[in-house]
Structure formats: structure tokens, C-alpha cells
Design a protein around this ligand. Structure first.
Ligand code: G6Q
Length: 548
């Protein structure tokens, strides 16, 4: 049965017809307790979702929809390790990676918690030695620079967390992340580091990703050109992978390989060995707090009733806008400089998970799924694309994220930051009508004709939804909770849309074609026929570079 045929969906459709013409201003006027009713907190996170185009009926119908789709049972299935990633026949058990009670969780009849603990303690031992200056390079010098080579899920999570928690980073360590196969990125990093004091982490779930292996091979050559002896590689290269054999074949010593498992999706993997860079930089205690924060959100998600469940509410609000208001995008707008990579991280997490067009059973869907996730730093965006958000023709719901704590900020800066967050949300919701704009123009000294002419350009329709997510302070525990909040929000939406949030076939086709085109660029035997435009472009490239 399609989502659209469900009883609760039909009821929501009717309800939408009423709600779509209501202005939030009126809802606030009608219900004095709205600010309090639509507010939740958990650990160091507080969510104000009162500035949404909803009332109690909306929420109740959305909860009914979730119940009709057996959300509770599906959450349980994920936590218990059922193979919910059906197209790859795998569980999706990132929650097991932060299962601090270590209660057994079974995959194929085997308790996976033993392996999780073992790898975690190897990571702890390694990062301790490195941080204490006991893990030495081949000339007996402590490591000062860490280069994580990986892409997508093997890059963005570690990069985002290391940037977010820079204040907790080890003062001796410089962290670099290389993902692009455009050599400019790696060259830029190599200029700043020295082979004697650098550790490369080659992070790749499959250990078959062309970009990562190319960058790793170039880094290896750069190292050996200086160090001259292959046996020194063991002091300067470690790998993170589910494919330990491929990592060994690459030349990484068995004791330098940190394993993870196919039941951890790439974009959900920062909690295990893919987070090695994080653990080295922040230390094992802070890594533990990151896991604890995520675990707190896990327990809340699995245990709280829908009415009080942060990920469930965020997800259902998204469904409300995407499937009823036809909102095609959703914005992630952090205001704290530390969170500047957060939109990029959520972009992958959401769009790779829920950017799907068929149901779990392979039926073409007749409703929209993942919105286009976009966003950037709030203050900067206000001076750039916020124009469209206030006065454009698209409805783009958003999450505005900011920390409450001003600790460590420059005097007077944090207050300006906060006042902008609150002001934006208010302006988006309240807007400004023609009468207000006209009267303001008159007050500025315009004559009636001028005031009337300019007024439409100064009208803000308002009624534009936003969630405000307040983080008490940017610390490892709260960042753990924040990431898990979005992981679970995305899971809930996947359940509502009946899609597999844990595969990513969409990234495969381009990879295959690129390999074939690469062979053509080198005049090697290629297997595929390409279209005339692609063949033309290949010829242009070859001819252009034949001169060099
Ligand atoms: C994540 C995706 C994808 C993946 C990269 C890198 O969920 O599967 O972003 O992480 O393609 O893959 P490897 O880790 O296998 O190199």
C-alpha cells in the first residue's frame, strides 16, 4: 500500500487544506503556551519547534502516521540488528558502537560487542601512545601531523567533529583531511608536513576507492622518496577498513589496521575506527564522551514516546513540509564557527540515506523523499542567500543551530550572534505586511505615491518555518547527541517513506563509468560505448594534453 493510501495520510491531506492558509502569527496569538508546548530538551540540547506551521491536530495526525507505519517496531528492529539494509543484506548497527552497557547484540548469531570493544581498546592504546609522544616516527621523533586520507563517509564525519571540537584538540597535533583526487589538495598538505613526523591514516571501508587509494599511493611515494626504506612505512601509515586483506596488500602492517564491519554504513561510521583521527586528536576520554552523547540520544529515541521524541518530531515536521507543502529543500544553518562543516556532513547523511526513488520492495514511489539539504554558516548566509528565504518563492524550512555558552568567545560577540539567530527566526515567522511597509515608508519621509510604490518590495510574507536548536555548549557529549539526533531523524523519515536508508547505489554508476573513461584517456582498452558528447569531451582532453 502506498503512503498516500494510508488512512492517516488521507487525514493529513484534509488537515493540510485547513492549515496551509493559516499564518503562524495567528497560531501564536491563539495559543499563549505554544512556546512551551512545542519545546523539548535532552542532555545539552534544547529544541524550540514552535515556529512551525502546525497545531496539536497536525502533530497528532503525524504521530498516527508513524504508528500506522509501525515506527516503534522498526526502531526496535534497527537496534536489535535485524538486516534492515535489505539490498545489501546487512544490519545498520551504528547504535551498537555507542552501546555503553555492552549488552550483547547479535549479527548472524554472533555477539558483535566483543569485536567493538577490542577495536576500541586498540584505538585507545594507539592514540594514547601517539598523544604522549611514545609512538615515534622512523627517526625517533614524536608525530606532529596527522593526515586522514578518505572520502565521503570515510572523511566528512571525522573532519566535521575535529573542526567542531578544535578546543579539545591536542596542542601538538595538526590535523589534515585529504579527500579530493585533485592533487592540489594533497600537494597543499604535503607542503606543510615532514615525512619524519607525519602519520597517514588511510580510511576506506572497501579499500577499493579510487580517489583514496590514489592519494594514499602518492603519499606513500612522497614518504619513501624521503625515508628510502619500506620498513619505515609501519611507523607512518595506518589503515581503517572492513577489508583488512586489501589494506595488507597495499603494504600496511597487520598490527596497523583498525577494523570495522559491514554493518556500519560509511556515513554512520565516525563512532568506530573511522573516528581514529578524532580519538587521536581529542583523546580517548573525549571520544568516550562523544559516544556517551550519542548513546543518550539513542536511549531517548528508542524509549521516549513520540510526543516527546526529538528525532521523531524533527522527522515528522520534515515529512509535513516535504509531502504536503511540497518543500523541496531543507536548510541546516549553524551559527557557531566550530560547526561550519555540519551542513556538509548532514548533506551526505540525509541525501545519501534518503535520496531514493523506489520503496524497499522496489516499487517506484509516487511521493517525494529526501529534500535537498543545503546550508552554511548563519551570519554569513544572512548577508547572502537569506534574501531568498525571506522573500523568494520557495518554502525552505530550516534548522538554526547555535550554542548558548559564550565561554571563550570575544567580549560582545556571542550576544550579537545569538540576537541574529533569534531575530531571523522571528522575522521569517512574522514577516511584514503591506500596511506595515507602507507606514514605515511614510515615517521615513516618503510621499504617499513613493511609499505605495516601494511597499510591495518591502513586504515579507512571513509564515516561514524554522526550528531552533540550542546547544548548551559545543563539547564532545553534546556533539555526539547532535549527530545522533540527525541520524535518527533520517531513519524515521526513511521508515515513513518506506525506503532503504542504508544503501547508496546512486553513487555506483558514476564510479564505473569513470573507470572506463580513464582507460580511454590512457588509450587503453575500454569496454563501454559512450554517447557522442562524452566521446567528444574525451577527444578534446586528449588533444589538449598531447602538447604537454
Ligand atoms: C557512505 C558512502 C560513501 C563512502 C565513500 C568512501 O555511506 O558509502 O560516502 O563512504 O564512497 O568509501 P570507502 O570508505 O569504501 O572508501
Amino acid at each position: 500500500m502506498s503512503l498516500k493510501e494510508l488512512k492517516s495520510f488521507e487525514k493529513l491531506q484534509k488537515h493540510f487544506e485547513k492549515m496551509s492558509s493559516l499564518h503562524m502569527k495567528e497560531l501564536f496569538l491563539k495559543d499563549k503556551l505554544r512556546y512551551k508546548k512545542y519545546f523539548l530538551s535532552l542532555g545539552g540540547l534544547r529544541l524550540d519547534y514552535s515556529k512551525n506551521r502546525i497545531n496539536d491536530d497536525t502533530l497528532n495526525l503525524l504521530f498516527e502516521l508513524a504508528k500506522e507505519l509501525k515506527l516503534k517496531e522498526k526502531i526496535k528492529a534497527m537496534f536489535q540488528g535485524e538486516k534492515i539494509n535489505t539490498t545489501e543484506n546487512r544490519a545498520a548497527l551504528h547504535t551498537a558502537l555507542r552501546n555503553d552497557k555492552k549488552n550483547p547484540i547479535y549479527v548472524d548469531g554472533k555477539d558483535i560487542m566483543k569485536n567493538v570493544s577490542e577495536v576500541l581498546s586498540r584505538m585507545q592504546d594507539f592514540s594514547d601512545r601517539l598523544r604522549l609522544g611514545q609512538w615515534l616516527g622512523y627517526t625517533h621523533q614524536p608525530i606532529t601531523d596527522i593526515v586522514n586520507i578518505g572520502i565521503g563517509g570515510s572523511d566528512l564525519g571525522a573532519l566535521m567533529v575535529c573542526k567542531a571540537l578544535k578546543n579539545y584538540g591536542h596542542p601538538r597535533l595538526n590535523m589534515y583531511f585529504v579527500s579530493n583526487v585533485d592533487g592540489v589538495q594533497l600537494q597543499g598538505v604535503l607542503k606543510n608536513i615532514h615525512p619524519q613526523t607525519t602519520l597517514f591514516i588511510v580510511a576506506s571501508k572497501t579499500f577499493a576507492t579510487q580517489e583514496t587509494l590514489t592519494n594514499a599511493l602518492t603519499a606513500r611515494k612522497w614518504f619513501l622518496d624521503y625515508a628510502l626504506d619500506e620498513s619505515f612505512i609501519a611507523k607512518h601509515f595506518v589503515a581503517v577498513s572492513t577489508n583488512t586483506q586489501a589494506a595488507k596488500n597495499f603494504g600496511i602492517a597487520a598490527e596497523n589496521i583498525f577494523e570495522f564491519w559491514n554493518w556500519v554504513g560509511g556515513r554512520y561510521s565516525l563512532w568506530c575506527a573511522v573516528g581514529l583521527a578524532i580519538m587521536i586528536y581529542l583523546g580517548k576520554e573525549n571520544f568516550k564522551l562523544l559516544l556517551e552523547g550519542a548513546h543518550l540520544m539513542d536511549e531517548h529515541f528508542a524509549g521516549a514516546k513520540f510526543e516527546e521524541n526529538m528525532p521523531v518530531i524533527l522527522a515528522l515536521l520534515g515529512v509535513w513540509y516535504i509531502n504536503f507543502f511540497d518543500a523541496g529543500s531543507h536548510l541546516i544553518i549553524p551559527y557557531d564557527q566550530h560547526l561550519r562543516y555540519f551542513p556538509k556532513f548532514i548533506q551526505q547523511l540525509d541525501m545519501e540515506s534518503n535520496g531514493k526513488q523506489v520503496s524497499k520492495s522496489g516499487q517506484r514511489l509516487d511521493y517525494d523523499t529526501s529534500p535537498i539539504i543545503w546550508g552554511d554558516m548563519g551570519i554569513n548566509s544572512q548577508h547572502a542567500f537569506f534574501q531568498l528565504l525571506h522573500q523568494g518563492t520557495h518554502l525552505s524550512p530550516m534548522d538554526l543551530i547555535v550554542s548558548l555558552s559564550k565561554k571563550g568567545n570575544l567580549p560582545g560577540h556571542h550576544e550579537i550572534l545569538i540576537s541574529n539567530v533569534f531575530a531571523q527566526a522571528e522575522a521569517l515567522m512574522m514577516g511584514k505586511d503591506f500596511k506595515q511597509a507602507y507606514e514605515e515608508n511614510l515615517a521615513k519621509g516618503m510621499n504617499e505615491e513613493e511609499a505605495k510604490k516601494l511597499a510591495p518590495h518591502r513586504v515579507f510574507s512571513g509564515n516561514r518555518p524554522s526550528n531552533i536548536l540550542l546547544i548548551d555548549e559545543i563539547n564532545p557529549k553534546n556533539i555526539g547527541s547532535l549527530i545522533a539526533l540527525y541520524e535518527h531523524k533520517i531513519f524515521v523519515q526513511g521508515v515513513i517513506w518506506d525506503i532503504n536508508s542504508f544503501d547508496q547505489w546512486g553513487v555506483e554508476l558514476g564510479k564505473e563509468l569513470a573507470k572506463d573513461i580513464l582507460a580511454k584517456l590512457y588509450n587503453e582498452k575500454a569496454l563501454k560505448e559512450h554517447d557522442s558528447s562524452t566521446n567528444h569531451l574525451i577527444e578534446i582532453y586528449k588533444e589538449f594534453n598531447s602538447k604537454f
